[in-house]
Design a protein around this ligand. Sequence first.
Ligand code: NDP
Length: 296
Amino acid sequence: MTAQRIDGKAFAATVREKVAGHVARLKEENDIIPGLAVVLVGEDPASQVYVRSKGKQTTEVGMNSYEHKLDVETSEADLLALIDQLNNDAKVHGILVQLPLPKHLNENLVINAIDPAKDVDGFHISNVGLLGTGQKSMVPCTPLGCLMMLRDHHGSLSGMEAVVIGRSNIVGKPMAQLLLGDSCTVTIAHSRTKDLPEVVRRADIVVAAVGRPEMVPGDWIKQGATVIDVGINRIERDGKTKLVGDVDFASCSESAGAITPVPGGVGPMTIACLLANTVTACCRANDVAEPEGLTA
Ligand code: NDP
């Protein structure tokens, strides 16, 4: 079998189009422009690229983008004061603090200082609890993007056997919660899992979020399974730098029924879902009907 390629880039474009449609309606019917504030502390090159890209895509869908670039030496008190100001700013509907933060800043303290209703990354402890108990929450962008692609491909996920490899707070755990919410039978695997190949072979859906280049070979994948590759790993091959995922795309494509490529799979969906979360947060804040199909 040669797997169908799930085109995250094209799917992300359709999500952005839906978001732009809702933004236009909010402006026209309610005189509201959704706003996303992104806070970057320090000059980490990868974070700067992400923040630029988030700002550009935010304005492209018609929303306001507010960028706050702070010095690497910024104190925790100053950062918390900025978050407090953004929490109280009615023009700001979503707040994202770009991670990782410099070592002297307490990430948990900073994230939990964001108003949960504006926490478009879905990392605030209240949103984690709401998601875990199946209540309406802000959902972390990367797993939300994976869920959207899975729903689009399969329709209902009910009763499917899903294996999530990785148990991080930002990908693995919320991914598992979302799949459980869609009535999959879910296994979360991690570095201590015994006989990982056998565990993965049971899965109708495999989500790999490990951070190890091409770790999952094709012979771990059940014939016809759907493989979602979250991993983004930079490797050197044939003297060139290349981006690869956590699954070996070539061999997994032989056994899978459908697979996301890297790049062009989960990656583009993450920012699209950030925009979706911002428009959802704006609708909730203003008691306006939220867009359908843009959240869990
Ligand atoms: P973390 O490092 O936080 O978590 C990795 C997880 O993988 C851990 O739970 C770890 O287990 C598990 N793991 C490590 N080695 C093995 C192994 N040999 N076998 C089984 N499990 C293993 O990573 P993240 O969740 O933050 O990210 C995962 C990947 O996804 C990275 O490549 C990252 O770059 C990418 N990513 C991509 C995004 C996108 O937009 N596409 C967004 C976020 C992340 P244990 O807990 O036991 O240590």
